[in-house]
Design a protein around this ligand. Sequence first.
Ligand code: GLU
Length: 394
Amino acid sequence: MCGIVGYVGPRSAQEVLLRGLEHLEYRGYDSAGIAVVDQGEIQVSKAKGRLRNLRDRLEAHPLHGNLGIGHTRWATHGEPSDLNAHPHTDVKGDIALVHNGIIENHQRLREFLEGQGCVFVSQTDTEVIAHLLHYLYRGDMVQALREASGMLEGSWALCVLHRGEPDKFWATRKDSPLVLGLGEGENLAASDIPAILGHTREIALLEDKEIAEVRADGVRILTPVGGERPVRTFHVDWDVAAAEKGGWPHFMLKEIYEQPRALADTVHPRISDGLPSFEAQDDIPEGFWRQFDTISIVACGTAMHAGMIGKNLIERLARIPVECDIASEFRYRDPILGKHSLVLLISQSGETADSLAALRLAKDKGVPVLGIVNLVGSSIARESDYLLYTYAGP
Ligand code: GLU
């Protein structure tokens, strides 16, 4: 879950994008970045960490131009870093894009594109889209995006720039949110309505794989198969605070209702031909699970409750005995861990102190540790022998 925004109009793109990103920072705060088209060149600025780091950088070296895209990241592939921050560009710097979602077949596409001479600079799944568009672009970005959407698997909301077409950007989506804002002489796209409300209350939606071509004086919506359809807008009269909660009275309620989505995002990339497969996403070889005759699930709080469900499922379906421990007890009770044991650690933040101590205890005893973690690059993620990320967002 990241936040993306795009702008074209008479104002300074940098200012509009930064303000838009402020409203999207709740969707991710691993890094932030913008790309602006200035006199036919794409200028990129990005910084690890909160949005204010990017703001500081831009105060020292502002980007000029009235067309741009921005991103605030919640990492799913590749640690939070300057290099992995969006926007990502193609080899020549002709194309820049921001992405919210997960490209499930990124590994295969990466190998293919490397074979075509593309040089990758980041560990993200997103970068393949920039190189793929470069490979497919023949002077018509809508056509390139249509072809790309047939080759990409997973979810995406994208805003894309091409330096050869300095009066517009493109926005498209599949299974990730994206809305268009239609203003007076300016137009925007964003992951969420609050990022747009400072400019306009006229909003349009995109269906899966539709492509919006966004200029200052108008928006066209192109359908996936070819052709165009009329733009239909609706008027938003809620305030920003209500919009950020997506219509729910509390964030907690919103997150409860987001659970099916978070679960689908986590499970989808790990299905291959209708069966679970952890090879491509997680580097866990086939046959891995068969070597264990006991599993210890170790976690704290809500993660431990999830572990109790896990015990039930694993025992019922895989017939492997499972113990579920609270991490603060596990490390003091001299647990019995044998040659064929697996310790399975669950932690949202990947920083839970007792869980980390349990991890180190297991490793001291020579027992392999599989981490299930939400926060990319966290301590448990780094120290686990094997790792499954959940893709629940912040
Ligand atoms: N998969 C992309 C990344 O890790 C986008 C992340 C997201 O949308 O959550 O950079």
